[in-house]
Design a protein around this ligand. Structure first.
Ligand code: SF4
Ligand code: SF4
Length: 363
């Protein structure tokens, strides 16, 4: 299968508080010059500006046949009374295009799948494809393999699924990279990989782990191992990377030009890295979600515990972006210490203490 690198427009270079358009143009130009073509955007990225930045940096400056764009129906961004068709038409306008090369239902999990079933969003995507407004359709996914299995069985018209796959989460009970990948494989779906470097965290491993990789290939960047791992999986067609500077762009393009998958020795080295990471104490949250409906502060407890685990492994700074996202509505400092969550948690986790740890690290 041909392997593509896709430029994710969610972590663009900044100048102060705004996106640095000139720097984005330079990155996009270089990407296209080297024969890469895929970009990925969505309404929520960069405070709602990512689609327009794509238009300014790419669609108004390059010929349509030289690039491809994936955009998404982000269910929680629809305004009151707005139809998905109206939302889609505004996206075409913002990006300056008359069709998308890929269109996805965004960040699907069990509740969003139920909402899409009820509101007919799957059928909407199918109609876009029939009308030629979306050349290929699918969904990005953030839940368990069991939920994915049901979604793929119920919606065989989807051409692909976009999954969180990285070597650190390959066996994790939370992200379930391997189980989700194998589920997609079972249904013969193309897999697109998001966050292969785990939001940049696998670019900065603890020293003991980095040494294992450097011993084998001193000239490879640590981040490139993560890209190579994800792209090397047989069912994976595209690896997305949110690139913020020229060095990341050049590194990723070098890996994906004439791509060759990792061999046995490299895969064993990654296994060793995973073993080192597993020794760092983690909060054993299984993401069952039982605590959620009992929390009067409406804290997204399993997601926040996921951030805490990442920060224990890679440090607080690399996990800050995820923290800001998950704590955008309610922050750990809003925990009332009512212990309602603990009473229903099958893992008997001391959740208020973890909320305090998060508050101290991030707020
Ligand atoms: S202790 Fe904190 S996290 Fe747990 S239910 Fe109460 S407010 Fe929510
Ligand atoms: S109930 Fe416990 S194990 Fe389940 S999601 Fe909440 S914290 Fe995690």
């Amino acid at each position: 299968m041909e392997k593509n690198l896709c430029f994710g427009l969610m972590r663009l270079p900044q100048k102060g508080d705004a996106v640095d358009l000139q720097a984005v143009c330079a990155l996009a130009d270089r990407f296209l010059e080297k024969g890469f073509c895929w970009f990925d955007t969505a309404k929520p990225y960069h405070g709602g500006n990512s689609e327009e930045i794509f238009r300014l940096a790419v669609s108004e400056r390059h010929k349509r046949e030289t690039f491809k764009l994936a955009d998404k129906l982000s269910q929680n961004m629809l305004q009151e009374g707005e139809t998905p068709r109206q939302f889609f038409e505004k996206q075409l306008e913002r990006t300056g295009l008359d069709c998308f090369d890929r269109y996805l239902l965004h960040a699907m999990d069990a509740p969003k799948i139920a909402e899409a079933d009820e509101k007919g969003y799957w059928e909407f995507l199918i109609s876009l494809k029939k009308e030629g407004l979306a050349k290929s359709i699918g969904f990005s996914f953030h839940d368990t393999a069991e939920v994915l299995d049901k979604a793929l069985a119920a919606h065989p018209e989807m051409d692909f699924v976009q999954l969180q796959i990285n070597y650190a989460d390959w066996e994790s009970s939370g992200v379930q990279s391997r189980l989700c990948y194998e589920t997609a494989e079972k249904y013969g779906k193309k897999v697109l990989v998001m966050e292969p470097v785990k939001g940049g965290m696998l670019a900065g491993l603890p020293e003991e782990a980095a040494k294992v990789l450097k011993a084998l290939h001193p000239d490879w960047s640590i981040a490139s191992w993560a890209i190579r791992f994800a792209a090397g999986l047989p069912q994976v067609e595209t690896v997305l990377s949110g690139m913020s500077d020229q060095s990341q762009l050049l590194d990723n393009m070098a890996v994906m030009t004439d791509f060759s998958p990792l061999g046995e020795r490299e895969l064993s080295a990654l296994e060793e890295v995973r073993t080192i990471l597993e020794k760092i104490p983690q909060v054993p949250c299984t993401r069952c979600g039982y605590c959620l409906e009992h929390c009067p502060a409406e804290l997204p407890i399993p997601n926040l515990l996921g951030v805490l685990n990442s920060s224990r492994l890679f440090g607080a700074e690399p996990a800050r972006g995820s923290f800001n996202w998950y704590a955008r509505k309610h922050k750990p400092s809003e925990c009332l210490r009512c212990h309602a969550c603990e009473k229903v948690c099958p893992q008997h986790l001391h959740i208020p203490e973890y909320m305090t740890e998060l508050k101290e690290s991030f707020e």
